[in-house]
Design a protein around this ligand. Sequence first.
Ligand code: NDP
Length: 318
Amino acid sequence: MSGNFDNNTICKLFGIRFPIIQAGMIWCSGWELASAVSNAGGLGIIGSGSMYPDVLREQIRKCKVATGKPFAVNVPLLYPDIDEHIRIIIEEGVKIVFTSAGNPKTYTALLKEKGITVVHVVSAVKFALKCQEAGVDAIVAEGFEAGGHNGREETTTLVLIPAVRQAVKLPLIAAGGIGSGAQMAAAFALGADAVQVGSRFVATPESSAHINFKNAVVNAKEGDTQLTLKQLTPVRLIKNRFFKEVDAAEKAGANAEALQTLLGRARAKKGMHEGDLEEGELEIGQVSGSIHEIKPAAQIVEEMIGEFRSVLERLKSI
Ligand code: NDP
């Protein structure tokens, strides 16, 4: 590994300079963050999960104005209006789509037929194999450390990446617990071709998260997040009042229906967009414990690459 990415599979696939992908994150990754990361040489992603179709169209158009570089749209398949989102993505000429939280077979053929590069996010080897069958161009393998929706098996990034690397030949992007150049180097050592970074990019001026949420990320310490709601869709959250209510309900034996009632509607919007730190869902990864300041997306990309290169140098002398 040289630290120069001219022959990197993912850089070539997307036409980018550095193998750093910014994760699609509801309420956090609109056009400002996506274009900032793309302009810095990574791949920015618009997170469409929190966008009504007309909002998504506007965000794509703004992103095209803000960057001439490649960017992508993430489509979490558990949200409503997916057909409409896919139609808009095709109409607007988006070149790269990351699908997640659903079956990779649903849209891959259609998107590929339109000339779009397709990546799917998985949390286990069995899903990686499904991606291979579905004909995706690359995989994101996301470990247990990651924020937001997450796998039920709780496989950590350290275990997941080599297992997926061994099972499939597709270009592999590691995610979950990666927010620094050292963590990036570790992911490459495990067999990844690139990294996807979510939490670190939430605490940026360009992220569309509420400032209260950005500050909560900066203030979070090791152990402040936990995976919950496993009977519904598992999600990693900061342990606030809402989390504690869910935890108490689960310990008292609440069933899925009762938990759904407790979750109610638009909890994620309340927490991450409206900044209600007590009653909202605050979706963030374990790596938030090592994020201590809000800084520009371009600086994060530059620092990660610098640290990645110095880690490679240090490892040479071991
Ligand atoms: P909800 O389903 O509770 O509410 C929808 C939210 O998404 C609202 O804030 C809404 O905005 C916004 N939104 C954006 N685009 C659309 C659209 N096209 N149609 C409807 N709403 C849209 O959102 P969640 O994100 O909390 O959950 C999504 C799904 O995942 C639900 O099925 C939920 O049961 C499930 N789930 C989610 C969990 C989570 O942590 N988010 C945990 C467990 C399950 P507005 O308020 O402006 O209308």
